[in-house]
Design a protein around this ligand. Sequence first.
Ligand code: MN
Length: 231
Amino acid sequence: MTSVNDLVAANRILYERGVLDGFGHVSLRDESDPQRFLLARNVAPALVTADDIMTFDLDGTACDGDARTPYLERFIHGSIYRARPDVGAVVHSHSPGVIPFGIVSGAPLRPVFHMASFLRGSVPVFEIRDAAGPDNDLLVRDVSLGHALARTLGAGSVVLMRGHGSTTVGRDVREAVFRAVYAEANARLQAEALRLGPVTYLSETEALRSSESNAGQITRAWELWTSALPS
Ligand code: MN
């Protein structure tokens, strides 16, 4: 039940922090069965309650004969859990700040401040045309597109999706929420900074050291964001 409550809180936090709106979703790997994950039925994230949480296998099929309408893009989650045993939570978002970095070639998303040091290295961009061809609707609507997205994510923490949004992963729900919030913040700051002049990014070493330092601080943000939720 604790994990269900955490997932409900994550949905509401991500709405309050501007990462999710009417669309997007967040999931959690099932603690009792790593071949399953928890994800809300097809409902706006801010409205999710414990009763809305469904369980899926890694192919995105609802478990236990649950016939409620799921999110179309649930394949994003199952494919990443299959490819990445280290991942315990996934956020899929259409937050606007990151969109430019997925559509402008030669403008990679890179860490500009320490809260987003998990962006170290290059943040990959998923080009759905490479997997679905020109006749696509941008949506990750089946297992094979999910696997293609997971391949583009690789070992990283964030993958941008050209013309669509982004997907962020973490070892647990707190880390995934933290990263999703700060990836969006970094994108806005980076775009702002690029208008002013040449940008000094975090070096690889700084980003790595900073990530290690931040790892112990994520609970502080989670506690603030949960306590600030409207009742
Ligand atoms: Mn989407």
